[in-house]
Structures are given as structure tokens and as C-alpha cells.
Design a binder for this molecule. Structure first.
Ligand SMILES: *Cc1c(COP(=O)(O)O)cnc(C)c1O
Length: 385
């Protein structure tokens, strides 16, 4: 039933489901019980208890998530940041060093550059498109290399194959944050990654109603991370497990539609006279196009663009659109728009934003599952206003 030969749509529905089904229930029930009857377990980590991440709702998600990315094992956590911080705090100890991509999700960037140093863990930032420059940043105590499948908000695609080659050559653990691509578009273990991390808050859940995280990859590492998560305590509640599980069933339908819709919208914006620049890896003009075609099964539902007319034009557009909701986060069924310069990247100086290519008029779009023609018409109206 869960053989590797089945496709992702089938795995989303059937992989990992309990057999026999509890009381025959077709939909996985919520086991809202903090503790369970003792069954003779000899290890602390196997006692069935919500914080130990092993209730039936956890177990089903773990096998389904591993199957989706053709990986050995998986683990869910209370948020994307719980997945990321627990993984890094498992792989790295005081005195260790990590190489990390220079343009990371804000929370991860601060974790690596501000929190980890206070635990005695040092870092160097790397240009993920210049593998020849990485060796000079390597230290005898370097243990891991950390990148993201697509960068936020410019949708750049790192040299993801060079990362795993470099990691193997130098004995590092390779980690990729696969949130933006989702398992539908990219499966890191197939390309040699040790660990794939997700904010399951985004595409995996897809319905903008929980925060959750996932760690997917080599069984030996996932087991070590589970033990640390058991102690750090960032466990996903069974009710949130249930919502994540329910949301995931439609992941392939949603993401494929979002891929198509974002591509159509990106092409439309690219031809629009009121638009200066469009960032979408599905456009042949995008620097990441070739790499995205090779690595990904789809170009994602995320794009960003700059209207002509600077910050005011961007503000006018944001106020003018009627379908998208102006809100942070991404990957849900609703189209969301944000201005990174005043939201996700407001913490950076104007000079730093400029260096990263994030202009004051840049608009980020997370394309939802509304009708594509309706979205295009709404964007057109707002751009012409
Ligand atoms: C949202 C996000 C995170 C953090 O996830 P939370 O679920 O909010 O903790 C990490 N990485 C990326 C790429 C994200 O978009």
C-alpha cells in the first residue's frame, strides 16, 4: 500500500495510515490523550506521551511525511522554528561551527547569528551560488551546512547539488529548509540531503490554521533529533497533528494548481507595462530557471515583483487589490501579499536590503487556489489604478 512505487497523490491519502483503522474510521481520529496505558516499554523515549512525540497522531504523520520525500524517517514539531532549532541543537554542540546560506528566513537567520553563538556555536555565512568560495570558510570544527530550497523573497535557487557534494567531501551534515518547494516540487533525500526541514504551517498544512514543523531524512539523525525534542519539549499537539494530517491530503492538488497559477501570474506581470521586475524561477529570464527545471517538479506558488513607481506604487497596489489578503506567512489556500521591506525584512537596514536586492517597492505574493483569471484581472485592475 505504501510502496515507493506509488505516486505522491496516493501516498498523501494512504501512506502511514493505521491498519486496522481504529474502529474502522476512514478519517484518522484525534487521540486527545496526554498519556497512554503502559505497555512494557523499557526506554523513556518510548513511553507513550504527547511530549515524547509518539501518540498515534504523531506516528501516522511521521510515516506519511517520510514516504512523501522518499526518506527513511520523519518527525513533527510544534512549529517550523521548533523543527529547525531542535535539529541544529542536536547536530551542533559548544565549540562547533556551521556554514549557512547568507539570505535565510528571518527566524533562522537570527537563530544562527544571534542565539547559537550564545551556546558557543559559531557560524559563517556563504554565498550559495558560489561553491568555490565555501572551502575558505570551512574550519576543522565545521559540522553542518544549511541552505533553503528557494530564497525569500527573491526566489533564488541555491546550487543545491553542490551543497550535498561539498557536505560529503568534508563530512558535514547537509540540511535544507524545503518549506517553499514542498515535497510535491522537491524531495531533498533524492538529491543526497541528510535532512529536509519544513514549516508545516505553510504548504504542508495549507489552510492557515495551525503552526507546525517537520524534520524528514536519515533515520539515525531523526532519532537523535527526536530525543532532543523530547527534552526541549517543542511537541505538536494531537489536535494540530490532526489538522496537519487533514490538510496534507490535498497537498498535491493544491501545490500543482498553485504552481500553474503562479506561473500564469508571473508571465502576465512580466509583460505588464506597469511592472518593472518579476522574480519567479519559472520565468526563463530568472537566474534560477535552469537549476529549478533540473531539481524541481514545479516552480512553486511564490513570486515577487516590483511595480513601476517605487514604494508609493507598491502601497497603492497593496491597497487596490481585492482578492489577496495583506498578511505575512504563505502556502495557504488564500492568496497573500506583503511588502518585505516593511514586514519580513524590516529588521535589516535599508543598505542591507539594497545589497540583498530587496527594494522598497518589492511585493511578495503567495498564490492561493482562487481562480487564476480572477487573480490576474484583480492584479491588472490594481496596477492600472
Ligand atoms: C515560516 C517559515 C519558517 C518558520 O516556521 P514557523 O512554522 O513559523 O515556525 C521557517 N522557514 C521558512 C522558509 C518559513 O517560511
Amino acid at each position: 500500500m505504501t510502496a515507493n512505487r506509488t505516486h505522491i497523490e496516493t501516498k498523501l491519502i494512504h501512506a502511514g495510515e493505521l491498519r486496522p483503522r481504529p474502529s474502522g474510521a476512514v478519517s484518522m481520529p484525534i487521540f486527545q490523550s496526554s498519556t497512554f496505558e503502559y505497555e512494557g516499554q523499557s526506554s523513556y523515549h518510548e513511553i507513550k506521551y504527547i511530549r515524547l512525540n509518539n501518540t498515534p497522531n504523531h506516528v501516522v504523520l511521521h510515516s506519511k511525511l517520510a514516504a512523501l520525500e522518499n526518506a527513511e524517517a520523519a518527525l513533527v514539531a510544534a512549529s517550523g522554528m521548533a523543527a529547525i532549532s531542535t535539529s541544529l541543537l542536536t547536530l551542533l554542540s559548544s565549540g562547533d561551527h556551521v556554514l549557512a546560506q547568507d539570505c535565510l528566513y528571518g527566524g533562522t537567520y537570527d537563530l544562527i547569528t544571534k542565539d547559537l553563538p550564545s551556546f558557543g556555536i559559531s557560524f559563517n555565512l556563504i554565498d550559495s551560488n558560489a561553491p568555490e568560495s565555501w572551502k575558505s570558510k570551512l574550519q576543522p570544527n565545521t559540522k553542518a551546512i544549511y541552505v533553503e530550497a528557494m530564497s525569500n523573497p527573491l526566489l533564488q535557487v541555491a546550487d543545491l547539488q553542490a551543497v550535498t557534494r561539498f557536505a560529503k567531501e568534508h563530512g558535514l551534515v547537509s540540511l535544507v529548509d524545503n518549506t517553499f518547494a514542498s515535497p510535491v516540487n522537491f524531495r531533498p533525500s533524492e538529491w543526497g540531503y541528510d535532512l529536509s526541514l519544513h514549516s508545516a504551517t505553510k504548504y504542508l498544512n495549507g489552510h492557515t490554521d495551525i503552526v507546525a514543523g517537520a524534520i524528514i531524512g536519515r533515520a539515525e539523525l531523526v532519532e537523535r533529533i527526536k530525543h532532543r525534542l523530547d527534552h526541549l519539549g517543542g511537541s505538536l499537539d494531537p489536535h494540530a497533528c490532526y489538522l496537519l494530517h487533514r490538510g496534507m491530503k490535498t497537498l498535491a492538488l493544491r501545490v500543482r494548481y498553485q504552481n500553474d497559477s503562479a506561473l500564469a501570474l508571473a508571465r502576465f506581470l512580466n509583460e505588464h507595462s506597469a511592472v518593472k521586475q518579476v522574480n519567479y524561477p519559472g520565468l526563463e529570464s530568472h537566474a534560477g530557471y535552469g537549476r529549478a527545471r533540473e531539481l524541481f517538479d514545479g516552480f512553486s506558488g511564490m513570486l515577487s515583483f516590483e511595480p513601476e513607481g517605487g514604494r508609493e506604487a507598491a502601497q497603492r497596489f497593496i491597497q487596490g487589490v481585492t482578492i489577496p489578503i495583506v498578511a505575512p506567512s504563505l502556502g495557504g489556500v488564500e492568496t497573500l501579499v506583503t511588502l518585505p521591506a516593511v514586514t519580513s525584512h524590516a529588521g535589516l537596514s535599508a543598505a542591507e536590503r539594497h545589497r540583498l536586492g530587496i527594494s522598497d517597492s518589492l511585493i511578495r505574493v503567495s498564490v492561493g487556489i482562487e481562480n487564476t483569471a480572477d487573480l490576474i484581472a484583480d492584479f491588472d485592475r490594481a496596477l492600472k489604478a
